[in-house]
Ligand binder design. Sequence first.
Ligand SMILES: C[S@@+](CC[C@H](N)C(=O)[O-])C[C@H]1O[C@@H](n2cnc3c(N)ncnc32)[C@H](O)[C@@H]1O
Length: 270
Amino acid sequence: MDEVKEQPQTGQSVSEDRDLAHKVIDARRDSYEAAKRYGGYKLDRSVHDYEYELPKFQAKTFREHLLDRLTTSQDVSILDVGCGRGVALAELVRDNSGLKAAGISAQDFREEISDPQLRDSIRKVDYKTGDVQKLRSIFQGQEFDVVISDGVFFYLGDPLNALRQCYGILKPDGILFINFTGLHLPQSDVARLEKYWKDIGVEAEASIDGRTKDLVFAIQKGLIDKLPMPFKYSQRTESGMSSSMSATSSGWDYVLDESILNRSLVPRNG
Ligand SMILES: C[S@@+](CC[C@H](N)C(=O)[O-])C[C@H]1O[C@@H](n2cnc3c(N)ncnc32)[C@H](O)[C@@H]1O
């Protein structure tokens, strides 16, 4: 399988790159430490809320894709990144006996589930506490048919790394559904981004959330194992996010990196 060589994240000098890399690492660590402390997540969204809020792929919700796969396979799995209490996963497991479900959260919120039936179902979910930035090592060796993340990424110090982790943990043909990415792009860049991924064999359907201005997308694992993210970081000069929306505003903006978009792709062994 061909893989694209990674480009540096910015077109800046080596020392500026190093400085930026340190800042990103600090932001990444700080956002996780804050998420572990943060007591303000009062969300208890059900699978119906997730279906409504997350983007569709090929006109089907993530749950419809799961149900399709369950009709032909015994080994269908879902991972919820930033799963909160895990209510949506507990509902899915309650309603679909063959389904394997996993979730990750910075804190363990399972005790806050009040419904006895769902408290029972959450025991069947592989619920882990840990940092999404280390997703692949936390779920070592596991791959998922569907990965979802609702209302999480705008808390993260480095959403690009976390997106790569989420893509990397998909099975071949697995699909990631994500909103609140923390990536604010102009509408005009959306089609360019979809085309960039399509040209390297990765199907994605992206849009801009009208309310948050975040990039929202569903992406299917394609010919490439490691997803190139054609963005570069730029440090935010003015506050872009209200504190009520974010435990740790990451302080970064992301723009499409023209040097990555325009480069010719070099196969790993080429
Ligand atoms: C606002 S809640 C969303 C819960 C759920 N997805 C929903 O929509 O109801 C944010 C979730 O993301 C988790 N989170 C935030 N930063 C994280 C990180 N760096 N690693 C893992 N989980 C994180 C929090 O612990 C919490 O479970």
